[in-house]
Ligand binder design. Structure first.
Ligand code: ASP
Length: 437
């Protein structure tokens, strides 16, 4: 049995959090591979080290002294070390780093030091072998991850050492330079390590007990999701539920490795298990998996008597394609169709786009409706049960919520409704009550 445990920034924010991590690691000897983010916020008014490092770089760029920030960063690390009685020479490593700040050190290398220092301390504290991401996570020259090379290097490290710790978020380019991933990238490093190690599970330790069925800012005390498929997660994430870095899914999904989201502050909670498929028979779970949504969409409705739908739709879509506007949904009627796009993506060009559609399609009418929110109700069980959409529309109608557009995901994993922005939160609450409350 082998588990990869990735700890996010809040899980390694200070000495107390380090202690919790150690207890988690010691509770299960299968947790042989650990990946950590840079120390995050200890309280809501605190700063993430990654943010401080970016700030530091901005100061250097504009020729402003960053001494104070460097002091803050150094003392955060030194504090953890001293509180835990570790040996790591934080000051020495900082002293070697500082002269390079204004010279050859790129922003990526500087920012990656958040993960580097946090991991050095954690590796010593856990008694794990520190394996630098610069030696086992590789990018190609085009900036894309070189997964095969990365897998081979991590597997090799695991052959040599029983227990390893890898800093998240960065790796090395073929030029030898350090490159960081996009924000939240330690999730990706964890997923790469899990795939490389052929782990039995990839545990992603954070500060919530799994994925919630709805946004807790909208629904009071939403229930956690105990099991969700990768496909459902993708739908929820696309509709605004932010859980994991989206690029962290593919490596584990491809190798059939389940992903478990856990809470470092409540390790007794089972968290959310993300799996490829669920044995429906054995399942006692709720009818829907989750509800998510996004605000600010625009519906463009095109009407033309006797329209050749294929041709007109193609012409309208080409117009949007030329303007690089992605279309989220398309609904069709007999002599009309409606295109839904993010209002921000249409931007100021919306009237030009309409003019272009008018030229290309020669419709009787084009209307624009802004201020639309899309709300997705996601659930793998919806496919097999008739009447779901009826119940959904009924619940919304009964609450006086006007549905402006309806779409069902092609794989029937979700039903998406468009409502007025001002009904956004109410719609989510009503649906939660109806299906999950
Ligand atoms: N420390 C990086 C960030 O704040 C990466 C991570 O935490 O995953 O984005």
């Amino acid at each position: 049995m082998l588990k990869v445990a990735k700890f996010g920034g809040s899980s390694v924010a200070g000495a107390d959090q380090f202690r919790k991590v150690k207890a988690i690691i010691e509770a299960d000897p299968a947790r042989r591979v650990v990946v950590t983010s840079a120390a995050g916020k200890r309280s809501s008014s605190d700063h993430k080290l990654t943010d401080l490092l970016y700030l530091c770089h901005a100061h250097i760029t504009y020729g402003v002294s960053c001494e104070d920030i460097v002091d803050t960063i150094r003392s955060r690390f030194a504090e953890i070390r001293d509180e835990l009685g570790l040996q790591y020479d934080v000051e020495g490593d900082f002293d070697r780093l500082l002269p390079r700040l204004n010279r050859d050190m790129g922003v990526d290398e500087l920012v990656s030091r958040g993960e580097y220092f946090t991991s050095r301390l954690m590796a010593e504290y856990l008694g794990y072998r520190f394996v630098d991401a610069a030696d086992c996570v590789f990018f190609r020259l085009d900036g894309q991850l070189d997964r095969e090379k990365t897998y081979a290097a991590i597997a090799e490290a695991l052959e040599k050492y029983e227990r390893i710790l890898i800093p998240g978020f960065y790796g090395k380019l073929p030029t030898g330079k350090i490159k960081v991933m996009t924000r939240g990238g330690s999730d990706i490093t964890g997923a790469l390590a899990a795939a490389a190690a052929n782990a039995d599970v990839y545990e992603n330790w954070t500060d919530v007990s799994g994925i919630l069925m709805a946004d807790p800012k909208i629904v009071e005390n939403p229930a956690p999701i105990s099991k969700i498929t990768f496909a459902e997660l993708q739908e929820l994430a696309f509709m605004g539920a932010s859980v994991l870095h989206e690029d962290s899914i593919a490596p584990v999904k491809e190798r059939g490795i389940p992903l478990n989201i856990r809470n470092t502050n409540r390790p007794e909670d089972p968290g959310t298990m993300i799996v490829e498929s669920v044995d429906e028979e054995a399942e006692q779970e709720r009818f829907i998996t989750g509800i998510a949504g996004r605000r600010n969409f625009t519906i463009l409705t095109v009407k033309k008597h006797g329209m050749n739908t294929c041709e007109s739709l193609r012409q309208a879509l080409e117009t949007l394609e030329r303007s690089h506007v992605p279309v989220e949904h398309i609904t069709m009627g007999l002599d009309s169709f409606a295109l839904v796009a993010a209002t921000a993506a249409l931007g100021d060009g919306v009237y030009e786009i309409i003019a272009d559609i008018q030229k290309a399609v020669r419709p009787d009418d084009v209307t624009v409706k802004e201020g639309i929110s899309l709300v997705a109700t996601v659930g793998r069980k919806m496919t097999s049960r008739p009447g779901t959409s009826g119940r959904l529309f009924h619940a919304l109608g009964k609450s006086g919520i006007n549905i402006r557009t309806i779409a069902q995901g092609a794989d029937e994993l979700s039903i998406i409704v468009g409502v007025e922005n001002e009904d956004f939160e109410k719609a989510i609450r009503v649906l939660y009550e109806r299906f999950a409350g």
